[in-house]
Ligand binder design. Structure first.
Ligand SMILES: [Zn+2]
Length: 271
């Protein structure tokens, strides 16, 4: 699944190709995405200059001069690419043809993603359900502590809860806890200020590393220029069950929490 680093990489990848351009026409495939594209709004974004591209949590927003935006979520298997030719394969569900003669193409095998036209100021529940991501100023330790101090949930499920902090998926949650030397089973209400600071610091550090590497290798994510995004970031704990901990040599363990695999070192992550 594309996680925050892949979304950020995609955003950075498409940005230079679409900013200051406009869309001449839109191809809409016959299969709907998770939420049906609101094509009745199409004329609001055609032939209008694109001012910029933003990321909010795991959403990409393409902003037009007239205050309309395209809201894009990559779902489980979505990816965007910029192509010179409009040759589409069966999982290419939408394509935006630009006045530069290039095409921004949305591919999504499982169709859990979405693309919608929205207007500035419009209340979008999808966006409002997301807490700040670790890079946003609002995601400071006071906010985080306030959200978890009465929580009986484990820190692993807290990190995966997008309503608290958005954009941390399973791989990165494991890596963040390993780097923080904190047990994935530690309960929210037992966290100190310092531990909250450590978690947030490592969240930024690890996500940044992944962004700089262009995303992880563990999915069928493609970067924006259709080169496979198979960069390898250095994973210290994820998917390393039975292998030696890189800090202490203890065997990495795997447990299942809320239906998701957690990998951790029982010796290093004692707190
Ligand atoms: Zn260890």
């Amino acid at each position: 699944m594309p996680e925050l680093p892949e979304v950020e990489t995609t955003k950075r990848g498409i940005e230079p190709h679409i900013v200051k351009k406009s869309i001449d026409s839109i191809y809409i495939g016959k299969n709907d995405l998770r939420i049906k594209f609101n094509k009745n709004q199409k004329n609001n974004i055609l032939d209008t200059k694109i001012l910029g591209v933003r990321r909010r949590a795991k959403y990409i927003l393409v902003d037009f001069k007239n205050k309309y935006s395209l809201l894009i979520h990559l779902g489980m298997t979505g990816n965007l690419r910029v192509a010179d030719n409009l040759s589409l394969d069966k999982h290419d569900h939408m394509a935006f043809s630009l006045n530069s003669k290039k095409h921004l193409i949305y591919n999504d095998v499982r169709r859990f993603g979405l693309i919608l036209i929205i207007k500035e100021g419009e209340k979008i529940e999808l966006l409002e359900n997301n807490g700040p991501d670790p890079f946003e100023e609002a995601a400071n330790y006071k906010y985080f502590l306030g959200k978890i101090e009465n929580s009986k949930s484990t820190i692993k499920s807290i990190l995966l809860n997008n309503k608290i902090i958005s954009g941390i998926g399973n791989i990165y949650a494991c890596e963040i806890l390993f780097a923080s030397k904190i047990s994935p089973s530690k309960i929210g209400s037992s966290f100190t200020e310092d531990e909250c600071k450590i978690i947030l610091k490592n969240s930024k550090k690890i996500l940044n590393k992944a962004i700089n590497a262009g995303g992880t290798t563990l999915n069928d994510y493609l970067n924006a220029e259709a080169k496979p995004g198979y960069f390898k970031i250095h994973l210290n704990v994820y998917d390393r069950e039975g292998k030696d901990c890189k800090n202490c040599g203890e065997k990495i363990k795997r447990i299942v929490q809320n239906g998701r695999s957690t990998f951790f070192c029982s010796k290093c992550q004692l707190k």
